[in-house]
Structure formats: C-alpha cells, structure tokens
Design a protein around this ligand. Structure first.
Ligand code: PLP
Length: 386
C-alpha cells in the first residue's frame, strides 16, 4: 500500500507507457494473424524459444502486448495476459490450475456466470466448489484447509460485500491454496490485490477498464510464473485470445481510467448520502474507502433495497437517464432490477441460490451530471411509491 493519492499515482504510471514508431503517441493496431520471419534461422530460433517475437496472434500480438503491459503495471504485477472476455479469463485461469478431485472455495454472490462455470463446467469434471460468506472467509482460519483455489470477489457482485483481503490471502497462503480475485468493481484505482497478498487478479475489462460499453474483454495479472502457465496452456489451447482492435480500445480506455473513476466516485458519494435520507430505502450496498484494508475508494456500481411501498417495475419504467440493461462501467447510467435476474430462465440461478431480495436494484452510475442523475432517480422512486 502506498501513501500516494491513488488517482494521481495511477495516472503517472499509465502515462509512462509509450506509443508506436515515428512519434505516434498511441500504439498501432497490428491487425495481422501471423508474423513472417526473414530467414530460416530466425524462424528456427523463434520456434526453439531462443527469441520471443510474435509468431501468431492467437498467442502473441504487439497491440495486445501493449495493453497487457499497462495492466501489469497498473495492478503491480510482473506480467499480464489478455483474453476475449472476462469469462474467458476466469475459465482459462481456473482450468490452468485445477485438476479432478480439487476443491474450490468461492465467495457467495459471485458473478452469475462464474457461478455457472463452477457448477456446469467444473463439477462434471470432478472439481467441487463450496460457497462461503465473507465472514467465514475472514474468521474461520481453517475454512481453506484442503482447498486448491480460493475464488474471491471483493466487493461481491450485486450485494457488494467487501472482504478483508490481507486476512483472507494470509489464510490461503497458510493452507497452500491459490487466491484468485475478480477485481472488476474496484479497478487498480481503488484496490491492488497483489499488494495485499492475493496471488492472481482477474478483470472483466468489458467494464471500467474499457469504460465505454463498446468492448467485451478480459485480463489476468499475476507473477511471471503464473502468467507463463496461462500462456503455455490455456491461452493457446482453449484459444480465448484478445483481439488487437479490442486491445487498442482498452489501451485508450485505460488512459482515462483514473479520471473516470474519480467522477464515478463523486456521483456515487452523492447518491449514497441522499439515499440514506430516504425512508423508502432499507439498505444501501456501496462500500467505500477504508471499509476494508486496501480499499481506497467507491466505484459507481451500487445496489439499493427499497421497502414494499416501491413498485420496482414502475421505477424502472419511469427513470429517463438510466438505461435498463446488464453489464456496467460505461458512460451511460444503467439500472438492473434483481427481479429480472430472479426470474431468469435456466438452471443454476445464483440469485435464487444466494437469496437476493426482489426489492433490490443495481445502479451503474455513469459519467452524466450527478445532480441530473439524482433528480431523475429520486423523481422515479417517488412516482413508483404506492
Ligand atoms: C461482467 C463480469 C464478468 C464477466 O465478464 P465478461 O467480460 O462479460 O465475460 C466477470 N466478473 C464480473 C464481476 C463482472 O461484472
């Protein structure tokens, strides 16, 4: 942990990354599937591992490498590897480190498709997952006994429960369990899990890293050894690679990440203070700075629970500045009612399993005027009151 203001710290870091040739201040988009060699000897040297230039874009690409380098530096890791989506990053990481018979201990209210991956993909391969509360992870020192992977989110999805990461990472280390965290909510602006003792950090870069709701991508940051394993095994063999153009969009997004996160926080602070004064609001799920060790700020993704006087469908149909939809982290503000998730088709519904309230709505507060957003939301709540 550093004493530097997190926003400025990260801005300096990201601005230090250079662009392309001829004074270009952004990296070129290298839209090429393969990279040709000048001679037999160059080709042979590369294949034998005596050089490390790009051969084929499924495995290595200069634009993707520029993004990976920025993410490694932002999270304070030795290396990073990009993936086609957050789910490709999650599945490729877990499949690289787990074997039949292994056990995963996962935090409750984990991202729904991560939950389905554990249940629908890992379980049939003989890898079992058990789900535990934040309190159990923190306070039961023997929870991780015999566990191969502690799969964490802090804060968790939808319920935004933050976790004492230094404590949980220390438990994992003592039991020889690998700790993996999805850091999409906090971003390296607000939390750097590697510096808190966590082994592997994963992002859905589709959210704040991209910041513009125009890309689906993922990235994993860790030690050189862990990343080398992903590069050797699941990146080439499952093939969920990040595309050069998407990587370029992410490099562009990263440059404004600290500024965007500052604005998201300002708006979220306003919402939290105003929501706390509304008698119709029963719970606010929005962790902020210092609520747990190493968390330095609040993101724009928060959840609110209302009492029974608020008609949630009417609220959703009345807001004007909030779009109804999944995902989050872009310019436009979004509203997601728990009701539609609770009614989602298909087996393994984590929202029902974890008991999410039908009176909950998740808000992704975007970059529009904070006061306009609040006026719009407040008016809609009042219009939805019976
Ligand atoms: C969206 C999301 C994911 C999945 O990422 P994709 O890029 O959509 O595959 C994983 N974790 C969290 C917390 C998310 O919000």
């Amino acid at each position: 942990m550093t004493d530097t203001a997190p926003f400025d710290d990260l801005s300096t870091l990201l601005s230090a990354i250079s662009g392309g040739d001829g004074g270009s201040i952004t990296p070129p988009i290298v839209q090429s599937s393969l990279f040709a060699f000048d001679s037999f000897q160059d080709f042979a040297d590369r294949m034998a591992g005596r050089s490390d230039t790009a051969i084929y874009t499924r495995v290595q690409n200069p634009t993707v490498a520029a993004f990976e380098q920025m993410m490694a530096r932002a999270e304070g890791g030795e290396a990073a590897v990009g993936f086609a989506s957050g789910m490709a990053a999650i599945s490729s990481t877990l499949l690289a480190v787990l074997r039949p018979g292994d056990r995963v201990a996962c935090v409750e209210n984990v991202y729904p498709d991560a939950y389905r991956f554990m249940e629908r993909m890992l379980r049939p391969f003989g890898i079992t997952t058990t789900y535990h509360s934040v309190a159990a992870f923190e306070d039961d020192p023997d929870l991780l006994q015999g566990v191969t992977v502690a799969y964490l989110e802090s804060p968790s999805s939808l319920m935004m429960q933050p976790m004492n990461l230094p404590k949980v990472a220390a438990h994992a280390r003592r039991h020889g369990a690998l700790s993996i965290i999805d850091n999409s909510w906090a971003t390296p602006v607000h939390q750097r899990p590697l510096s808190l003792g966590v082994d592997i950090v994963i992002h859905s870069a589709s959210k704040y890293i991209s910041g513009h709701s125009d890309t689906v991508a993922g990235v994993v940051i860790s030690s050189a050894a862990h990343i080398a394993r992903l590069r050797d095994l699941t990146l080439p063999l499952l093939g969920g690679k990040l595309a050069p153009f998407e990587a370029w969009l992410l490099v562009r997004g990263l440059r404004t990440l600290p500024a965007r996160m500052r604005q998201h926080q300002e708006t979220a602070d306003l919402f939290v203070s105003r929501l706390a004064q509304m008698p119709e609001v029963t719970r606010i799920h929005s962790p902020g700075a210092n609520m747990v060790p190493g968390l330095t700020g609040r993101s724009g993704l928060l959840s609110v629970e209302f009492d029974e006087s608020i008609d949630i469908p009417r609220l959703c149909d009345t807001v004007k500045l909030f779009h109804l939809g999944v995902s989050w982290g872009g310019f436009e503000s979004l509203i997601l009612p728990a009701l539609v998730g609770l009614d989602q088709a298909g087996e393994h519904n984590p929202m029902r399993v974890f008991g999410v309230s039908p009176h909950l709505v998740r808000l992704s507060l975007g970059l529009e005027s904070a006061t306009d957003l609040w006026s719009d939301f407040h008016a809609a709540v009042m219009a939805a009151k019976s």
